[in-house]
Write a protein that binds this ligand. Structure first.
Ligand SMILES: C[S@@+](CC[C@H](N)C(=O)[O-])C[C@H]1O[C@@H](n2cnc3c(N)ncnc32)[C@H](O)[C@@H]1O
Length: 289
């Protein structure tokens, strides 16, 4: 089993292959991108940024890191790994490339690497993580995995066209045209999204009424040439002990920014909370052109 950093990067200025050796990555036209001290490269162009500091903030990344490292979401990471292996089994090429798009602080790629080592499979795989948040990518790169980490957007993934075999999108924000461009023929996207009961008890503390919403629609995926290939649910519950874990979970979800002032006291008073985790896994295949 060999995991190695992906090298199929494309220059965000002109889409030419990037030479990723050395302390700066370069394309044949001389565009150059410095490699940060932590080993990642920022390939997000100013004109691709929706704000000055896009994506998750430094505080959100830190909260997510503490929460995930406590192991609360390990069953999600395990399921993701085995589903990814299933998708890669259909892959014909010698050394598939897996891209975690919206990789956050790298927890799922780290678990992927741990499980690959434990189970001795898959045989050879190139790994990459990308996030629009530089704070997330910095934290992910610090893990020292055999993976390439870049700051980049799902809308313009800085990878060579048709060079990625599997995209992981865990609680992410897929951009289907961007994904279609970099995916190889026969490639897949593996989505892990909140199911109807996800975080129900936390939402009950925050909102006066709580609706069981379905996972995000795949209409945009269909329009971009993707079709649902498989769907599965993972349902379990976690017991959170203490304010730190509860506040971390809140901060790492969209609910953190939506808590009304009058509910903050109720949350601050919680010392423990049992929360339902409901995740919908969907494997989405790129249809042949
Ligand atoms: C809910 S977090 C999930 C992070 C990670 N997948 C996990 O589950 O731990 C969503 C992530 O998507 C990133 N993100 C948001 N918009 C993005 C985009 N357009 N392209 C790439 N990443 C994006 C955020 O910065 C954040 O790290």
């Amino acid at each position: 089993m060999t995991l190695r950093p992906a090298s199929n990067l494309a220059c965000p200025m002109d889409d030419l292959p990037l030479d990723v050796s050395g302390s700066a990555w370069r394309c044949a036209r001389g565009h150059s991108f410095d490699v940060a001290q932590e080993g990642y490269c920022n390939l997000l162009l100013v004109q691709q940024k929706a704000s000055r500091d896009p994506g998750d903030s430094k505080a959100m990344v830190a909260a997510r890191h503490r929460f995930l490292e406590a192991g609360h979401f390990a069953p999600i990471a395990d399921r993701l790994y085995f589903q990814a292996l299933g998708a890669l089994a259909e892959h014909q090429g010698a050394s598939p490339c897996v891209l975690d798009a919206g990789c956050g602080e790298g927890y799922y790629l780290a678990r992927f690497a741990d499980l690959a080592e434990k189970h001795g499979q898959p045989p050879d795989i190139a790994l990459a993580g990308m996030d629009v948040s530089k704070w997330a990518v910095k934290a992910a790169a610090k893990r020292g995995l055999a993976a390439t980490f870049v700051v980049g957007s799902n809308k313009h993934p800085p990878f060579l066209p048709g060079s990625v075999d599997l995209i992981l999108s865990v609680f992410g924000f897929p951009h289907w045209e961007g994904f279609a461009r970099v995916l190889a023929g026969g490639g897949h996207v593996l989505l892990a999204d909140p199911g109807p009961e996800h975080l129900a008890q936390l939402r009950e503390v925050i909102y006066p009424t709580v609706r069981a919403s379905p996972p995000p629609s795949l209409d945009a995926a269909g329009k971009a040439g993707f079709a649902l290939a498989a769907e599965e649910t993972l349902l379990f519950s976690i017991d959170l002990e203490g304010q730190q874990a509860i506040q971390d979970l809140l901060l790492m979800t969209p609910h953190g920014a939506r808590v009304p002032q009058e509910r903050r006291g109720a949350i601050a008073a919680l010392e423990r909370l049992t929360v339902t985790i409901d995740v919908t896994f969907r494997l989405v295949a790129k249809r042949a052109a």
